[in-house]
Design a protein around this ligand. Structure first.
Ligand code: UT7
Length: 345
């Protein structure tokens, strides 16, 4: 076992009995469906304009999965890309975690369906539901399994077919979301730092401001639930907006503090891609320069649990991040849930 290299920053995990066991994010991959739905296309579906969508959200287009393409198909494609980049064979994966609010079906889990599609037959598999915050919840859980020596190699997937729960008659929500998937391979590796620290938060008192009320045990599918449009995503956009800015800033500040870092130490900030105005406000409050903040929501809209993973993949592919750079990621979503994490890439 080689010694950990001297880090230029404080690794909070090193103080908590994890010395000698380190975990790296080996690779990232992503997949978005081929079909593009532009703002101009939406103008033909609901009473909206490209000008309104662009100025209020920054979104120009989003991807829509084919009818026969399920969340597990998107997730499997992103996973296979991450596995190839990490040089990992399916039998090396110990655990598959899929973060999603649009599972293929209530059960079995989408993680099990992805496990089968990528051939990781020896892996345990489960879904986690933290809405748009799912990717940070997922990598933190993966890290804990690796640090505790339960598993060596974990696949974390954020995958969504949000087009399947969008009310295409509701202009308040249908312009905001898109489909896609991102995945990372996390693995025990000597000398790697990977996920330095993560903060996860939740506030169930605000569960009602963003939800899909139908289809669960409270409102099982019925003619009534369908007629009342309970099987679609509902959101109080203004309330979500306010809470998103506050919670992402607060958790980002906390993880930076834990690592004794400030915004200028961070190479790239990758926030949840929901709204350009939210991202600008959070970047400003953290004191990050605009060029430090990554944004690709103009191409994909809000892809919930997949959002930060897709953005991470594109930021790496476009050369914005090199190995050893520090990244700050932040998420926010239904629950309410939120989180922030510092990663040494
Ligand atoms: O992943 C986490 C989940 N979601 C989010 O993070 C979203 C957070 N919220 C937001 O991004 C913003 O609140 C929205 C983009 C959803 C809305 O922006 P806003 O500046 O808060 O607009 P608003 O809700 O105040 O709506 C302003 C007006 C309303 O008209 P009236 O009542 O003022 O006459 C809406 O009916 O804009 C109207 N409107 C639209 N007009 C054209 C709402 N949607 C549209 C639309 N096209 N698509």
């Amino acid at each position: 076992m080689s010694e950990l290299p001297e880090a230029p920053f404080k690794n909070p995990r090193a103080d908590h009995g994890f010395k000698g066991r380190t975990c790296s994010i080996e690779s990232v991959g992503s997949y978005v469906p081929e079909k593009v739905l532009t703002n101009a296309d939406l103008e033909k579906i609901v009473d909206t304009t490209d000008e309104w969508i662009t100025s209020r959200t920054g979104i120009k287009e989003r991807r829509i999965a084919a009818d026969d393409e399920a969340t597990s198909d998107l997730g499997a494609k992103a996973s296979l890309m991450a596995m190839e980049r990490a040089g990992i064979s399916p039998d090396e994966i110990d655990l598959v975690i899929c973060a999603t609010i649009t599972p293929d079906m209530p059960f079995p889990s989408t993680a099990c369906l992805i496990q089968e599609k990528i051939g990781a037959h020896g892996a345990a598999a489960f879904d986690l539901e933290a809405a748009c915050s799912g990717f940070i919840y997922g990598i933190e859980i993966a890290q804990q399994f690796i640090m505790s020596r339960t598993y060596n190699c974990v696949l974390v997937v954020g995958a969504e077919k949000l087009s399947s729960i969008i009310d295409w008659k509701d202009r308040n929500t249908c312009v905001l979301f898109g489909d896609g998937a991102g995945a990372v391979i996390m693995r025990n590796r000597d000398g790697a730092h990977g996920l330095l620290t993560a903060k996860m938060g939740a506030d169930g008192r605000k569960a009602n401001i963003l939800s899909m009320p139908g289809g669960g045990s409270l409102n099982p599918a019925s003619t009534d639930s369908i007629n009342s449009r309970l099987h679609y995503l509902r959101m109080d956009g203004k309330e979500v907006y306010k809470n998103a800015v506050t919670a992402m800033c607060r958790s980002a500040k906390e993880v930076l503090k834990r690592c004794e870092l400030s915004a200028e130490d961070i190479k790239l900030v990758i926030p949840h891609q929901a709204n350009k105005r939210i991202i600008d406000a959070v970047g400003d409050r953290l004191g990050a320069k605009p060029e430090q903040v990554y944004m690709n929501l103009q191409k994909y809209g809000n892809t919930s649990a997949a959002s930060v993973a897709i953005a991470l993949d594109e930021a790496v592919s476009e050369g914005h991040i090199q190995r050893g750079d520090l990244i700050l990621i932040m998420v926010f979503g239904a629950g309410l849930t939120w989180g922030a994490a510092v990663i040494e890439w």
